[in-house]
Design a protein around this ligand. Structure first.
Ligand SMILES: [Fe+2]
Ligand SMILES: [Fe+2]
Length: 337
């Protein structure tokens, strides 16, 4: 349960929510974990007197972890393996490399967008091979870096939305959908502090995580799928929801992205044939990016569509699948690019 405390009572490790929009304070997001005493000083200096903290997202300081471990030893209690498993070495390396690239001012925007996209594909490939709780947690941190880059750099955003994938694998698809989903959320939610773009970014990147539980032969089948195979594919949103529930690293809202990203506004989607307002706003955003990527990406059995052609097809023949105002805003991303 969240609680309000005085800003001067803040401690490193606490997950804090500032009641101001992100552009009204010197932090990248209104919700974040306090990493240093400097950040606390910044909050206090800014004249912010009280803050909301989320104990569930706060990290227990090292002394307490140690004393918990000691008391477990004493009581003979077993530690849960998911807590103790570290993220893979590859994920740590990707995170470090991503951090360096994001902060390197010498790299031109276009080049940066390309490298971030390529590195993200490696990250998602690795994650889908080992979707453990620790890896999901690590990937979330890397995605947060990408989200910050998109939030603060408009020219990166315009380069990122131009990128279309030439790979036809799930991880390249996930990256494009992730980047487009964050870019659309940025413009939709720019003046609101009710949406945590870091969490949301993780939700978009991981929307197809359920495909790890579908036979790879079906996922990678180059030709048309049989009805039976389609039925199996249609289970991936529910599988994804289960993966995220079992690993428990994303918010409930992000789990809804995974579960509902194939629902359509007119009720013709799957798995639950939800319609209109019954579909979560975040899942609707994801659905637009998802269909756009599927149309513009190259596949063994079809030629890729040009961005303009894909947007026109979505508008003329699929408009009832999407919420109109969200789709219109999505189209504008390309006009600005
Ligand atoms: Fe999907
Ligand atoms: Fe997808």
């Amino acid at each position: 349960m969240k609680k309000t405390i005085q800003a001067n009572q803040l401690k490193v490790g606490m997950y804090v929510h500032l009641e101001k929009a992100w552009f009204q304070h010197p932090f990248l997001s209104s919700s974040f974990r306090i990493e240093s005493e400097k950040q606390i000083a910044k909050i206090v200096d800014r004249g912010i007197q009280s803050v909301i903290i989320d104990p569930e997202k706060s990290i227990i300081p090292k002394e307490r972890i140690k004393s918990t471990a000691d008391s477990r030893k004493l009581t003979g209690q077993k530690q849960e393996s998911a807590d103790t498993l570290p993220p893979s070495k590859e994920q740590l390396q990707i995170h470090q490399a991503m951090e360096e690239i994001v902060h390197d001012r010498k790299i031109p925007s276009e080049e940066k967008a390309r490298v971030v996209q390529e590195m993200s594909i490696v990250m998602m490939n690795n994650l889908m091979e080992k979707p453990t709780a620790a890896n999901i947690q690590q990937v979330k941190k890397t995605i947060a870096k990408i989200v910050d880059l998109i939030i603060h750099n408009n020219s990166i955003t315009s380069h990122l939305v131009q990128i279309t994938s030439h790979d036809f694998n799930t991880y390249a698809h996930s990256v494009t959908v992730g980047l487009l989903g964050v870019s659309l959320s940025k413009v939709l939610f720019w003046n609101s502090d009710k949406h945590d773009l870091h969490e949301l970014g993780a939700g978009f990147f991981l929307h197809d995580i359920g495909k790890v539980r579908v036979d790879a032969a079906i996922i990678n089948k180059p030709g048309k799928l049989t009805e039976e195979e389609m039925d199996i594919i249609r289970k991936h949103p529910s599988f994804g929801y289960q993966v995220l529930r079992d690993t428990d690293q994303l918010t409930d809202e992000c789990k809804e992205i995974t579960l509902q990203h194939h629902e359509r506004n007119d009720g013709s989607g799957y798995p639950r044939r939800l319609r209109g307002n019954d579909i979560h706003l975040y899942a609707k955003i994801c659905a637009i990016a998802d269909v756009y990527e599927a149309l513009t990406a190259e596949r063994p059995y079809k030629l890729p569509m040009k961005p303009f052609e894909a947007l026109r097809l979505m508008k003329t023949e699929m408009s009832h699948h999407f919420q109109k105002d969200l789709f219109d805003r999505f189209v504008l991303l390309f006009a600005n690019g």
